[in-house]
Design a protein around this ligand. Structure first.
Ligand SMILES: Nc1ncnc2c1ncn2[C@@H]1O[C@H](COP(=O)(O)OP(=O)(O)OP(=O)(O)O)[C@@H](O)[C@H]1O
Ligand SMILES: [Mg+2]
Length: 234
């Protein structure tokens, strides 16, 4: 994919991203890493078009990320699953397929069941999110994102709230759904997942991109900040 970030700043009460300009072409799976509060989730939300930058322009594959057309091509998996609490796992997926893709109910339900089966939730489909485990709910939200068949999938620390076994299951589900045509931009602290799944890494520190390059940059970090970060995570 092609990423073009031009002079982007973003502030809440304080400035979170500082005049960021960045272009990248030819990679399919990009990991954003960095310490807590460094601006990873903010950058991810801006890249996904969910939030508008205070200043600047972001394009992906020559589309402005705030365009309607772009929205239809992306999926987003949040740090904490954001399933509708009053709907079963199956309905969480099929309803969105009906509303956003215009499928008839029967077709939408069939697709929902297929994706839930692919993340091994065939026995849990009719439960409400509060009645399944954190890992199962997270796998359902991954199934939901992939069921829309997006060209680009954003994942913000999909395993952050999970124990190591559940985290492994969730990452396994992502790998199995990966398919061939999709692109990914994701935030994680799990280095093994970065090495396995990413072909490019962006390291953020205090609202700036401090280092970036192919995954091999992890083997010889240049800045003290990345060295330090690497010494704290696996
Ligand atoms: N909605 C908001 N309102 C005000 N400040 C915010 C908001 N979202 C994020 N921030 C601030 O922006 C900075 C960057 O936050 P961000 O969530 O992007 O960090 P992060 O790198 O994703 O951290 P973490 O690893 O803890 O998820 C932080 O200082 C945070 O407090
Ligand atoms: Mg975050």
């Amino acid at each position: 994919m092609k990423i073009n970030i031009q002079q982007v700043s973003h502030q809440y009460d304080v400035e979170v991203l500082k005049t960021l300009s960045f272009t990248l072409e030819g990679y399919r799976s990009i990991a954003i890493i960095g310490a807590s509060g460094s601006g990873k989730s903010t950058l991810l939300r801006l890249l996904s078009g969910l939030e508008k930058p205070s200043q600047g322009i972001i394009q992906i594959d020559d589309l402005n990320v705030r365009d309607e057309q772009y929205r239809k091509q992306i999926g987003f998996v949040f740090q904490n699953h954001n399933l509708f609490p009053h709907l079963s796992l199956e309905r969480n997926i099929s309803l969105i397929l009906e509303k956003t893709r215009g499928y008839q109910k029967a077709k939408a339900v069939e697709i929902a069941k297929d994706y839930l089966t692919r993340v091994r939730l065939q026995d849990q489909m009719y439960k409400l999110p509060k009645n399944v485990s954190g890992g199962q709910a997270q796998r359902a939200s991954i199934a939901r994102a992939f069921s829309l068949d997006p060209e680009l999938v954003f994942l913000d620390e999909p395993t952050a709230s999970l124990d190591p076994v559940l985290a492994f299951e969730v990452l396994q589900a992502v790998k199995e759904l990966r398919g061939s045509g999709k692109n990914f931009i994701f935030v994680t602290h799990v280095l093994s997942f970065v090495r396995d799944f990413a072909d490019y890494v962006i390291f953020m520190d205090q609202g700036k991109i401090l280092e970036h390059g192919p995954v091999t940059i992890l083997e010889k970090p240049v800045t003290d900040e990345l060295k330090n970060y690497m010494s704290f995570i696996r």
